[in-house]
Write a protein that binds this ligand. Structure first.
Ligand SMILES: [Zn+2]
Length: 475
């Protein structure tokens, strides 16, 4: 009783005194300030190795000056001295790369068979902790949360990357409980218009869409300045390119172009598409023709090797599982066991093959971007998986410098934001990831994140992760 009275008095006092309310706000464990490590008008990073994201070689012993959220100066330590009044941070033995710009992210995660739980709060913190400063949600199954989070992060009310918020999936009738079933082109157009007005900034088409509905969604989206990507099946990659799609997800994994008896507007099943893809000759005419079509029509491709790695036997346990709730950790471990005990699966052939196909696409002049796709049977954990995706690009045969460029500048180019973000250059927004070591030679060093600067404010990855550890799956 006594406690209750005290609590009541405290509550009344709080309400009556704005100053006390401000103190209470500071004590809010979710306030953005709690995750900030560096915040000053001028910051000078000294003796740092700069990997600028353009594909240029790493430059050792640089001084990088951040002023009012932007990169103000950068150069050899001998030439550029920290300005008067700067907060100086000695980064000897460390490197800085651009903030990651990731293109197939979600604010949801597989929490049950065919059920996706909304993890917007924890995932946005984990993405930032992992070095992601800009991301696109490639599809959403909740409606408004991606849009609200995007706005609240932009307003500085919550920590997280800048979010290009995708509207709920543009799809035809499907087995998915959390997707709209758009019956025709008119409904697709209305769906796009409605979500654009709600604040969505991009679109994603899905496996059961018809060519007519896709065409309508592309037209309505483009009128409103939104780009549209797709994880397709009923529509082939070549058809989608002709219809004006901007991007295709999962590299070539979702292409049904090589299914011999493919019926128009019908998804023959993802498995049939993948069997056909496994048999495709990467040097043969049909594959080269498809690549040429995509390159000619400026259709970008998003590599999401991370999610496919979880389906492939003999691969290492993915990173970051310990932040999940115990139930979700267990559930993924069971899935991992199933994969490791399954006999020959198509992914044994397809996973390494997909790596070759993505390289061939880049070699032909295509724009490859990076993403992770936290779906499947779990195990693709925000932030950790983004670092893993960069490592997998190196395993695919790209140099570390190229892989970092794919995960940064290429995403910015796709978003049309490369004047401001995606690489380290004077005048650009100070979105930077400080890592221990040298990822230009040892790509695994991208996991050793020490500070993530977003618009010049340095966030602490340890605090971000600790704030959600063991609870990812709940919020
Ligand atoms: Zn996805």
């Amino acid at each position: 009783m006594k406690v209750r009275v005290v609590a009541l008095i405290a509550l009344l006092t709080l309400a009556a005194h704005p100053f006390r309310a401000a103190v209470a706000e500071q004590q809010n464990p979710n306030a953005v300030a709690n995750f900030v490590k560096v915040q000053a008008p001028i910051v000078a990073l000294t003796h740092v190795r700069v990997i600028d994201g353009t594909g240029a070689s790493a430059r050792a012993n640089q001084t990088l000056v951040i002023r009012d959220g932007n990169i103000a100066d950068i150069g050899d330590a001998a030439r550029v001295a920290p300005p008067e009044g700067a907060t100086v941070i000695d980064l000897t033995g460390k490197s800085v790369i651009p903030g990651l710009v990731m293109m197939h992210e979600h604010l949801y995660y597989t929490t049950g068979p065919g059920v996706y739980g909304q993890l917007g709060v924890s995932f946005s913190r984990l993405y930032l902790a992992g070095g992601v400063t800009t991301m696109r949600t490639a599809g959403n199954v909740n409606g408004i949360m991606d849009i609200n989070l995007s706005r609240r992060i932009a307003a500085g009310e919550m920590p997280g990357p800048a979010i290009d918020a995708t509207a709920p999936y543009v799809n035809g009738p499907s087995p998915f409980l959390q997707m709209h079933a758009l019956a025709n082109a008119g409904e697709a157009r209305k769906h796009v218009a409605y979500w654009a007005e709600q604040g969505a900034t991009s679109l994603k088409a899905y496996m059961q869409i018809t060519r007519d509905a896709l065409k309508a969604a592309v037209a309505e989206g483009h009128t409103r300045g939104m780009k549209i990507t797709g994880h397709l099946c009923s529509v082939t990659y070549a058809e989608a390119a002709d219809l004006g799609i901007d991007n295709l997800e999962h590299g070539f994994f979702a292409a049904t172009d090589f299914v011999a008896d493919k019926q128009p507007d019908v998804c023959p099943g993802q498995a049939r598409g993948q069997q056909a893809l496994a048999a495709v000759d990467e040097n043969g005419g049909p594959f080269k023709a498809l690549v040429n079509t995509l390159v000619d029509k400026h259709v970008a491709l998003t590599s999401t090797l991370t999610v496919f790695e979880t389906f492939t036997r003999g691969r290492p346990m993915p990173p970051g599982l310990d932040v999940l709730t115990p139930q979700l950790q267990e559930s993924f471990k069971r899935a991992y066991e199933r994969v490791s005990q399954s006999p020959q699966s198509v992914y044994t052939t397809l996973f390494p093959k997909e790596m070759q196909l993505e390289r061939a696409f880049v070699k032909a002049g295509g724009l490859l971007t990076a993403g992770t796709d936290p779906t499947g049977a779990g195990g693709v954990v925000a932030g950790y998986s983004n670092q893993r995706q960069i490592e997998l690009l190196v395993e695919a045969g790209f140099t570390p410098i190229e892989a970092i460029s794919i995960g940064t500048l290429n995403g910015a180019k796709y978003l049309g934001r490369d004047m401001r973000i995606g690489s380290i250059a004077v005048g650009k927004q100070a979105d930077l990831v400080v890592v221990a070591g040298d990822p230009s030679t040892t790509i695994a060093d991208v996991r050793r994140v020490e500070t993530v600067f977003k618009s010049g404010v340095g966030y602490d990855p340890v605090k971000l992760v600790d704030s959600v550890k063991g609870q990812v799956g709940v919020w």
